[in-house]
Design a protein around this ligand. Structure first.
Ligand code: NAP
Length: 361
């Protein structure tokens, strides 16, 4: 194991947990020492627990097969075996919030994919390329929780990952209003086609809670750290419609934007192509080399062709043109279980380690 950090995956048997397991199989900085899920799975080997529901296209990594799955609520026992945990569980918000806090209070940092703590003022919602500086709020959070090293950091909802990065690259032009319609994959609900027959030959115009998250979370990401809190930005005003479509992976968005200082089309493309993450992020093992890519072809990005751009960690855009009502419209795409979930979680953890927030116990 060398000097790798020991990590647990809480929710290891689910769609996102399986992604975490695959991404961490040969990770240079992190070694999985605990796999945990509900009481239904605990006590089984990981192979037994996922045998009829392995959802990845690659096979179940050998190294996890014989690991015995733990009950996610055996917090103390798990905390004795890890330096930090990734958390991706399907529980109600109240229970999830309490469980994540319990790990933090047992001096075990939590890098979470769940939404339960995203609205807490001293919990950073990280896209390291954009708002890595929000990690500084962790010091205030530790004071509130009474911890020395335990804290919670979260990654944002998968639905916003496609449109927040390209809009962020245009902040100097002061975006005022954004309309985004997202076309979201079924893996976003933790499902495959076998588990979601209602989506075949169909489009479902409702994803519970998704529009609220899609409209509010970007404002926290663009917010400021002040007086031990993250104060949300007031602008741009965002309205969304989130729609489930029959694809396995990849959330695509059709986006319309008005600016205070309207840029030219060339200025927008230049801002996207020249966007560079801070050096500390670029050097992380999971960071995309080029975060944003613009396609000039009229029929790109396409979910099936482009979701794996930069190992599923980059964002692709296309179809930028002027609009009759808004200044511009464009299409953008991100991989929901990679950049939008486990990959984004791993990148955030790498960033937190590089900043000294994640250390060996
Ligand atoms: P999922 O496939 O339904 O997996 C849920 C996981 O939670 C399983 O490991 C399950 O264990 C565990 N679990 C369920 N009830 C539990 C309980 N009472 N106690 C402890 N563990 C319990 O869900 P998912 O799609 O991976 O999503 C997990 C979380 O990530 C959710 O909060 C979701 O909103 C968020 N997220 C998902 C995506 C995505 O693209 N899918 C993107 C961003 C964020 P068992 O197998 O033992 O039941």
């Amino acid at each position: 194991m060398g000097n790798k950090l020991k990590v647990g995956i809480i929710g290891a048997t689910g769609m996102v947990g399986q992604r975490f397991a695959c991404l961490l199989e040969n990770h240079p900085w992190f070694e999985v020492t605990v796999l945990a899920a509900s009481k239904n799975s605990s006590g089984m080997t990981y192979e037994e627990a996922v045998k009829d529901r392995w959802k990845m296209t690659t096979s179940l990594p050998e190294k996890y097969k014989d690991m015995v799955v733990k009950d996610a609520f055996e917090v103390e026992d798990i905390c004795n075996k890890v330096d930090f945990v990734f958390c991706a569980i399907s529980l109600n918000k109240k229970q999830t919030k309490l469980l994540e806090e319990e790990y933090a209070k047992h001096e075990t940092p939590v890098v979470s994919n769940n939404s339960a703590n995203r609205n807490v003022e001293d919990v950073p919602v990280l896209i390291p390329e954009i708002n890595g500086a929000h990690a500084q709020i962790i010091e205030s959070q530790k004071k509130r929780l009474g911890t020395k090293r335990g804290f919670i950091a979260v990654k944002p909802n998968c639905s916003i990952q496609s449109y927040v990065p390209p809009v962020n690259a245009l902040m100097e032009y002061e975006p005022q209003t954004i309309l985004a319609c997202t076309y979201q994959a079924i893996s976003g609900a933790g499902k495959t086609f076998n588990e979601c027959p209602e989506i075949l030959d169909n489009v479902i115009p409702f994803i519970d809670g998704e529009e609220e998250k899609s409209e509010n979370e970007p404002l926290k990401i663009w917010g400021k750290v002040e007086n031990n809190k993250i104060i949300n930005a007031q602008n741009p005003i965002i309205t969304t419609q989130c729609i489930r479509v029959p694809v396995t992976n990849g959330h695509l968005a059709a986006v319309f934007v008005n600016f205070k200082k309207k840029p030219s089309k060339e200025e927008i493309i230049k801002a996207w192509e020249s966007f560079k993450a801070p050096e500390i992020v670029l050097n992380l093992p999971s960071a995309p080399k080029q975060f944003l890519k613009y396609f000039t072809e009229d029929n790109r990005p396409q979910t099936n062709l482009d979701r794996d751009y930069e190992n599923g960690m980059g964002i692709t855009m296309g179809r930028l043109r002027e609009d009759k009502i808004f200044d511009y419209k464009f299409v953008c795409l991100s991989h929901n279980t990679l950049r939008g979930a486990a990959g984004g979680g791993v990148l955030s953890a790498e960033y937190l380690k590089a900043c000294g927030y994640l250390t060996a116990k």
